[in-house]
Design a protein around this ligand. Structure first.
Ligand code: FAD
Length: 384
């Protein structure tokens, strides 16, 4: 049965799209407002990471609304970690029992599938190039900028779901309310994306069904496969000190450094210098805040509520799990938004705080401990 409340989702990224599908399945009419142009029709680049690891929590959320098979078509299973030492020797750690895997998916590809599915629902309307500027939290009036016409306009939904990411404008409006807690902390590390292109025959130049790691103590590089035969490498590296983004200033510095510390990868990166000096350095931030809701009319979800560093590969997965939990609460409490939102934030906050802290800890594990010979020996035995 169609419900009468007018719901708006701010942000048509991964979580905003999935949430709009969940809400429409519950019988609501939903408007989605997205700052960027439609990524299915425009090459908008500048996304955060090119590919993502999708794991169990994420799959469960996709299965709930019957779209996991659709997504599996664009996902590559990764059964183990492959560690590369400075001499190009490899060691292995399985992710679980035989057959268990995490999956590499393209961020853009996944967002496209979710947008297609949302667009196919008559009860969901997608509005692109609509940037939230501000929310008047007492009246629920949202000021939007149409970035195409540069005109501002206002809407007044009954309920606002803020899925507008780590730098949420909805959250910024909530920050001005009384007793709203907010903290953000940046790592002294940034990340740079680089590419290992497909082999001449179109295949993968490293083991395809694995997450590759080059652990180097104070820094590291990882690589995930893409469907087109390439790998996206992400180098997590200090901003300052030696070595750092600051210390690698010329193509000679860079090539010498990569030749010493990542020789096997460097040999597969023909565009290394160009990519390294042209691609932006991404920041790594943890954001915690509370409460996530206001007066039963506004709710923060996904990164807007809990942005975490990527070392557990769980940011999107946690955002997808938000949707599963919300769905269960919607079924129990129907339109009682105040109860739904309060229960949601009380249930989710301890979990997302825990994964935020674990994610920071896992950086040390991935860049350093996975290269510890004692650890490797143990894992090699397990791998048999
Ligand atoms: P976003 O994906 O940021 O989407 C927010 C959307 O809102 C965007 O479409 C944006 O354009 C829009 N928007 C922003 N501001 C406004 C506004 N003012 N008005 C309207 N719209 C707006 N997670 C994993 O689970 N696995 C991984 O392997 C993984 N790897 C990662 C690697 C890196 C390098 C990084 C940085 C993150 C990684 N993450 C990973 C985390 C994951 O990217 C996020 O948790 C996920 O994208 C959160 O989804 P979201 O929809 O909440 O936010």
């Amino acid at each position: 049965m169609e419900k009468t409340s007018h719901l708006s989702v701010m942000g048509g990224g991964l979580v905003g799209c999935l949430l709009s599908l969940y809400l429409s399945k519950q019988g609501y009419k939903v408007d989605v407002y997205e700052r960027r142009p439609d990524l299915r029709r425009h090459d908008i680049g500048g996304g955060r990471s090119i590919n993502l690891a999708l794991s169990d929590r994420g799959w469960r959320a996709l299965e709930t609304i019957g779209i996991s098979e659709e997504i599996k078509k664009v996902a590559i299973p990764l059964y183990r970690r492959v560690m590369h030492d400075k001499n190009g020797n490899l060691s292995f750690q399985p992710y679980g029992q035989e057959g268990q895997a995490i999956y590499s998916v393209s961020r853009g590809g996944l967002n496209e599938v979710l947008l297609d599915l949302a667009e196919a629902q008559p009860s969901i309307s997608l509005h692109f190039q609509q940037q939230v500027l501000e929310v008047e939290v007492n009246s629920n009036k949202v000021t939007l900028l149409d970035t195409n016409t540069q005109q501002e306009h206002q809407i007044q939904p009954d309920v606002i779901f803020a899925a507008d990411g780590a730098f949420s404008m909805v959250r910024l409006s909530l920050q001005k309310t009384e007793r709203f807690n907010y903290e953000q902390s940046y790592l002294d590390y940034g990340y740079k994306e680089l590419t290992i292109p497909p082999a001449a025959d179109g295949g993968w130049q490293l083991e395809k069904n694995a997450l590759h790691i080059w652990p180097r103590g104070q820094y590291m590089m990882i690589a995930l496969p893409n469907m087109d035969g390439s790998f996206t490498c992400t180098m997590f590296f200090p901003y300052a000190g030696n070595p750092s983004f600051e210390s690698l200033q010329t193509a000679e510095d860079l090539e010498r450094f990569f030749g010493e510390v990542f020789p096997d990868a460097a040999a597969l990166m023909p565009d290394l210098a160009q990519e390294f000096f042209e691609n932006p350095i991404g920041t790594l931030v943890t954001i915690k805040c509370f409460p996530w809701s206001h007066a039963g009319k506004i709710l923060l979800v996904g990164d807007a509520a809990h942005a975490i560093v990527p070392f557990y590969g769980q940011g999107m997965n946690a955002g997808f799990e938000d949707c599963t939990v919300l769905r269960n609460l919607l079924e129990q409490h129907q339109d009682d938004w105040e109860t739904i939102f309060k229960t949601f934030q009380d249930v989710r906050k301890p979990n997302t705080d825990a994964i935020a802290d674990l994610a920071v800890y896992n950086f040390i594990e991935m860049r350093d401990k996975v290269a510890d010979p004692r650890f490797l020996l143990q894992k090699k035995v397990e791998a048999k």
